[in-house]
Design a binder for this molecule. Structure first.
Ligand SMILES: CC(C)(COP(=O)(O)OP(=O)(O)OC[C@H]1O[C@@H](n2cnc3c(N)ncnc32)[C@H](O)[C@@H]1OP(=O)(O)O)[C@@H](O)C(=O)NCCC(=O)NCCS
Length: 250
């Protein structure tokens, strides 16, 4: 199968599908409610995906995984003008999925409960993370273990009721950065200096290799997430958000 890369560079297959322009990232909020999983979804998954689903033991995990992959395939298939079941994923040594036959179509999926977040961009690395609120004590423990010391100090100065949410925001930024830069196995890098996470925002960061990234905090239905996308200096990058199934612009 050869996907239409030339078409992909500027637009998409179906006329009413949102065009993926070069200085744009698309964010898709996905519904991963297990109740909506049906046999038809299974048909578009690969044998390897179905095998992986069978190994997931936590209640709801298998159907959420299947739904996530099915939505991922359908959305990417729309960008490429290809049937969802024809897409063949490969994985980087760190486990990040990509499409060898459509290398310009960058994407990254994250899930939290019944919510999924998919970042898509044309020819630039992207990463997404999303987390449900959860108990504040869990976030405070994560802050102690994982956040840079400067950020921990700034978060410590916040009123107690705002602290867990800020840690959650900080964590999703760091995870989205690791996922974008495909360094998720290098835990020690989870120490990148970023602006204080007390309030949501959009900002640019420069990593140790001198690469520039745009980071944007996002939120929906009580969950907090982050998108990190490769950014060229002095570039104005637009982030467009949509809900799926459907393609409602948010
Ligand atoms: C890979 C990792 C980022 C996934 O995070 P997660 O919270 O478990 O899961 P998310 O919902 O955010 O993302 C999972 C999706 O990311 C994608 N993914 C998997 N490995 C990836 C990687 N190495 N890089 C980017 N994306 C990856 C997949 O699409 C996966 O979903 P799927 O398999 O259902 O398609 C995480 O396991 C990890 O290694 N984190 C490193 C940071 C860390 O160890 N922190 C602790 C420090 S104290």
């Amino acid at each position: 199968m050869v996907l239409n890369q030339t078409r992909m560079k500027s637009a998409t297959q179906s006329a009413d599908w949102p065009p993926l322009r070069s200085a744009t990232a698309h964010l898709w909020w996905l519904k991963l409610s297990p109740a909506e999983a049906d046999a038809a979804l299974q048909d578009i998954l690969s044998p390897a995906e179905r095998r992986r689903a069978r190994q997931l033991r936590r209640p709801g995990a298998a159907s959420r995984f299947c739904l996530g992959r099915a939505h991922l395939r359908r959305i990417l298939g729309e960008y490429l003008g290809a049937p969802p079941e024809s897409l063949q994923f490969a994985y980087t040594p760190n486990g990040k999925p990509y499409l060898p036959e459509a290398p310009r179509l960058s994407f990254n999926l994250a899930h939290a409960g019944d919510l999924g977040l998919l970042a898509v961009a044309d020819g630039r690395h992207v990463g997404a993370d999303v987390e449900l609120p959860g108990p504040p004590a869990r976030w405070l423990a994560i802050a102690r273990r994982c956040l840079p010391e400067s950020e921990r100090r700034r978060l410590q100065a916040l009123p107690e009721e705002a602290r867990a949410r800020a840690v959650q925001r900080s964590w999703t930024r760091q995870e989205a950065f690791l996922k974008a830069s495909d360094q998720a196995s290098l835990r020690r890098l989870l120490r990148l200096e970023m602006p204080c996470a007390a309030s949501p925002g959009q900002f640019t960061i420069r990593d140790a290799q001198g690469c520039h990234w745009l980071a944007q905090d996002v939120a929906r239905a009580g969950a907090i997430g982050a998108l990190v996308v490769e950014h060229r200096p002095n570039e104005r990058l637009e982030v467009l958000s949509f809900a799926w199934p459907g393609r409602e612009r948010l």
